[in-house]
Design a protein around this ligand. Sequence first.
Ligand code: ADP
Ligand code: MG
Length: 231
Amino acid sequence: MEEVSRIFDEVHRQGRNFLLEPEAKAICIEYGIPVTAFRLAKTEEEALKFADDIGYPVVLKIVSPDILHKSDVGGVIINLKNHEEVKDAHRKILSNVKKHKADAEIVGILVQEMAPKSTEVIIGATKDSQFGPALMFGLGGVFVEILEDVTFRIAPITEQDAREMITEVKAYPLLKGYRGQPPADIDTIISILLNTSKLVMDHQEIKELDLNPIMVYEKGAKTVDARIILE
Ligand code: ADP
Ligand code: MG
């Protein structure tokens, strides 16, 4: 957990109130929350090398303390299949960001493993001034955004709470498998909920946490984007 303290200290030192994606994902890893493999590239050459190391296809994303919602500024390009596409995407992201915010500080470009499409779930946490941290669970996309099919529990949660959260959303049958779709790995979702609960209990300075989306497979899961905002 030394790594976690080091990251929070660095964020405070820089006077930021949110973590960059590689910082948030590094904390997830420390808490046993699975994330897509990633490397932070400082140059185009590094991006190419890291893409080779990670394996194609890859995703490139902007990492900047001035950009919280990366895709809003054209800062995320997915499904890159070779050197040529990585080079183009690297240039495109930097030019998109420049157009949107000319003076944005660029920390680097995050090269990451492309998570295959699957059932998407969202796990979140928000801190209530009265009750402390609360956890949220729902399925990704329309289920959360339009149907508001989500469930909440005050942290810390037990394994039984986590299981109930998953089974009580209306979209739960989708996780059990449908029309030839294999069932999703419920035990992994439970473990991510429990580990997220521990993370927000251990670090009360977290105001908001968003694992959105998490791709859940028949076996295992991968968090594609992680956001942590501090008080
Ligand atoms: P934002 O800051 O805009 O939320 P995200 O990192 O969530 O940026 O990327 C936007 C979208 O791109 C994600 O919701 C997901 O659909 C897709 N995406 C991002 N990273 C990956 C990845 N590693 N594998 C697969 N899809 C991804
Ligand atoms: Mg996102």
